[in-house]
Design a protein around this ligand. Structure first.
Ligand SMILES: [Zn+2]
Length: 399
């Protein structure tokens, strides 16, 4: 890892400030696109070719940027192949955290997404917020130590939480699957305890980010991730980017009301998808076992329990019904269904598809590909790393 550099205040408008901004623009462009030639960097940043050449030479001297071994033709260039440039993977690190109902997971990666350390541990009592925060902080510190990464080397850090996160306040919504964390600014608390900025983000949003980056579903710019576990959440990718909405709560498909006379939901409405699905699964999320009722149902269905198989079909029909309006509104090309349901996807696929066909317009319903999640229980923590890499608020080495 590169050594961290002390930051000095730069007067706005000064040459040092301009140089810092130009370095940041080039690093941002490389972070978004991985490999670019100098000519492509000039186009992507709006900087002149000579400025790009000067700044790139400095970044190579500082061991932050590397020249690629293979040349390729420069896109739209004058014919001379461009030497590709990339961020030196070891010039920084990203931290991902998953605060799940059953497990805590922490992953530290380099700038290329290579895992440097990955740890998990049982989650503390879901009614004990201080214990959850303490355990998360301890696991993060252990992972950073194992990866030999200091806080000064982190380009970004994000934590997945099973709740909507208010974009302005950072507070977790009352719909949290870990009730004790509702109303807490988990990102702020973790940042204070760890001494660096860490952002809390809805877990289904991060699963969507992870599936887009590493889920082997290339070419889908408008996609929806649906997480079926203790609750029902979803994440939206629109135009290739995570869509959070005005308050940061976009994608809460689990709280789509399917029956105005249905059972009361924790969000205050009636007949929400999440509450109806829990009804099918005979009750509230279990507090004695950390497995979700859905995971139990999936296991029973795998052993040919006819009641479990019927219940799964009913859950699939509810999901398909709730997705109808979303498919009409957004016309996604891909829906990824993940969470505890993945092993039982075969039992769920037809009911989801049939209900979607009933509840959405023919053209968008027919055209959308529906697949099970590819990343399993690591989707949340991988998404947190992905977000940290793509939306890092500060690059300590952009000095
Ligand atoms: Zn609800």
């Amino acid at each position: 890892m590169a050594s961290s550099r002390p930051r000095r205040p730069r007067p706005p408008g000064s040459l040092a400030s301009l140089r810092h901004r130009n370095r940041g623009r080039i690093i941002d462009a490389l972070r978004g696109a991985q490999l670019l030639s100098r000519a492509e960097l000039a186009r992507a940043t709006g900087l002149s070719r000579s400025t790009v050449s000067t700044v790139v030479a400095e970044l190579i001297d500082d061991d932050i940027v590397s020249e690629g071994a293979a040349n390729r033709p420069s896109l739209g260039g004058t014919g001379r192949p461009g030497v590709t440039l990339c961020l030196n993977p070891s010039a920084g690190a990203a931290l991902g955290v998953d605060i799940g109902y059953a497990r805590l997971r922490v992953l530290v990666s380099d700038l290329a997404g290579t895992v440097r350390a990955e740890l998990d541990a049982p989650s503390p009592d879901p009614d004990d917020a201080p214990a959850i925060i303490d355990a998360t902080v301890a696991l993060v510190q252990q992972a950073l130590a194992e990866a030999a990464v200091g806080a000064g080397h982190l380009v970004g850090a994000a934590a997945a939480v099973p709740a909507p996160v208010d974009r302005e306040t950072g507070l977790l919504g009352v719909e949290s699957c870990i009730p004790a964390l509702a109303g807490i600014d988990v990102g702020g608390v973790l940042s204070d305890r760890l001494g660096f900025a860490i952002r809390a983000e809805n877990d289904a949003n991060l699963c969507a980010v992870a599936e887009r980056l590493w889920g082997d579903h290339p070419g889908h710019e408008t996609m929806l991730y649906v997480k079926l576990a203790h609750g029902v959440g979803s994440g939206l990718i629109i135009g290739g980017r995570l869509h959070r909405g005005f308050h940061g709560t976009a994608g809460e498909v689990g709280h789509t009301s399917l029956s105005p006379d249905g059972p009361l939901c924790k969000c205050g409405n009636r007949g929400c998808l999440e509450r109806m699905a829990q009804g099918v699964m005979a009750g509230e999320p279990s507090r004695t076992s950390r497995r979700s009722p859905l995971a139990d149902l999936v296991e029973r269905a795998e052993h040919d329990d006819p009641v479990a198989r019927r219940a799964l079909r009913d859950v699939g029909a509810l999901v398909g019904q709730a997705l109808g309006a979303t498919v009409n509104l957004l016309n996604p090309s891909l829906i990824v269904v993940g969470g505890d349901i993945t092993p039982a996807w075969q039992a769920l696929e037809n009911p989801v598809r049939e209900a979607l066909d009933r509840c959405a317009m023919h053209r968008p319903a027919e055209g959308v590909v529906i697949v099970p999640g590819a990343l399993g229980v690591r989707a949340e923590v991988l998404g947190a790393v992905g977000l940290a890499l793509r939306e890092a608020p500060a690059l300590p080495f952009a000095a």
